[in-house]
Design a protein around this ligand. Structure first.
Ligand code: ADP
Ligand code: MG
Length: 401
């Protein structure tokens, strides 16, 4: 194994050990990519807008080794499906490899996207690879375990096979795997956060050109904490509703003669809304335009070290997602309202919505009280107990072993 970027963690070492047990050889390396929380800027990434995510300490590890016989072998410690073997030459979005809950489509999609991209000589990759995956990013909790898996696999394969890809291009390729191979029409924010975020920073992302800036976001130094409340709710309507929101945004932009809703400046919002007939479409547009403005304002506050003042903008963003964009749910609303009543500076749902997780900005010493308040409120309402953890802005994808 070659030199490492960061100290190895226990899960990475375990992942390497398990690889040996599964495949009988030593992995050539272990790579890790984190889940993410979006601080602000939700449902903006398919409108060419802004987002401000940060990487979680939870990461997906991929232990990997090259092969020469054209076979791709995949295994995840997190899904009881055994080793799955597919021929690289047979990878085809129309016939993805079958596995319980379809998880293998994510790493297989990354291999397919690498081969399908116009990249310098990815010939070696046709020889195949062995991948073993282990993650502590909760799946389906709105914390982007899917992007963590794609980005970790993409980084492992590009480094092993010497395929030169800058991080934004790697993120775009991982997104293409999810869009075209898995069939999920996600934007690029999750993959960008996982691939490009840095420790102690939020990532200011312009989804039009993937330009990024690292904004210092050291909550601990400011005596603050970010609580992530996983509601453990997964709504089935999420896919259809997401597609519906996307298309109404694109239709509204077209009706206003704009390339994307990002091109509608905040001061011109009211006038533009007057030109849109449908009240639902008006509310969707209002969310996107005000949300982009909130990203800009939160970024300014972070740069000025005025972290607490970002709180009310988070709560405003939640109200906009709940009332104008209609992608919240009772559990997310309860988590936000309860955290705020228990002293949070602000709180909001994070991720696509209809379940998943909420984020609360609190004083570090308020963590026990806010955690207790939210847990009790969920019990009183008859909801499943939420999983509540503290998150620190952490490193993006890197080689661990
Ligand atoms: P989220 O990205 O919010 O966690 P998604 O539904 O987008 O939710 O992605 C979750 C899916 O990604 C899982 O159902 C599984 O198919 C795949 N996945 C994520 N992490 C892993 C893992 N460690 N092992 C196997 N599959 C995984
Ligand atoms: Mg996902």
């Amino acid at each position: 194994m070659s030199s490492t970027d960061t100290p190895a963690d226990a899960l990475a070492i375990r992942t390497a050990d398990e690889f040996r047990g599964l495949y009988g050889g030593v992995p050539e390396g272990v790579w890790a990519a984190p889940g993410r929380v979006n601080l602000i800027g939700e449902h903006t990434d398919y409108n060419d807008g802004f987002a401000l995510p940060f990487a979680l300490p939870q990461r997906t590890r991929v232990a990997a080794a090259r092969r020469t016989d054209g076979m791709l072998r995949l295994h995840s410690a997190d899904v009881p499906s055994g080793v799955l073997t597919v021929r690289v030459a047979d990878l085809d979005p129309a016939h993805p490899p079958q596995a319980p809950d379809g998880w293998a489509r994510y790493p297989a999609g990354v291999v397919w996207a690498l081969l399908d991209a116009d990249l310098p000589v990815p010939v070696g990759l046709r020889g195949g690879a062995d991948l073993h995956i282990r993650s502590d990013v909760p799946t389906g909790a709105g914390l982007s375990s899917s992007a963590a898996l794609e980005v970790a696999a993409a980084l492992a394969l590009t480094e092993l096979y010497g395929i030169p890809l800058a991080r934004p291009e790697l993120a775009a390729l991982a997104r293409r795997a999810e869009n075209a191979y898995v069939g999920v029409p996600c934007g690029v924010m999750d993959q960008m956060a996982s691939a490009c975020a840095t420790d102690g920073h939020a990532l200011h992302l312009d989804t039009r050109d993937l330009r990024q800036q690292h904004i210092p976001f050291d909550c601990a130094a400011a005596g603050l904490r970010l609580l992530v409340v996983d509601t453990r709710v997964q709504h089935d309507l999420a896919d259809g509703a997401y597609a519906e929101r996307r298309s109404s945004c694109h239709e509204a932009a077209a009706a206003l003669g704009l390339p994307a809703l990002r091109d509608l400046p905040y001061p011109e919002l009211d006038r533009a809304l007057g030109r849109l007939g449908d009240p639902t479409v008006r509310r969707r547009v209002r969310h996107v335009v005000t949300e982009n403005e909130r990203v800009v304002r939160v970024e300014e506050l972070l740069r000025a070290g005025r972290l607490r003042e970002a709180g009310p903008l988070l709560t405003e963003g939640h109200a906009s997602l709940r009332d104008d964009y209609e992608v919240s749910c009772p559990e997310l609303d309860l988590a936000v309202a309860t955290a705020n009543a228990a002293g949070a500076y602000g709180a909001r749902m994070t991720g696509g919505g209809f379940g998943g997780s909420a984020l609360a900005l609190i004083d570090a010493d308020a963590e026990p009280a806010v955690t207790r308040a939210v847990t009790e409120a969920f019990a009183r309402a008859g909801h499943r107990p939420p999983r509540i953890t503290a998150a620190e802005p952490s490193a993006g994808a890197h080689r661990v072993l």
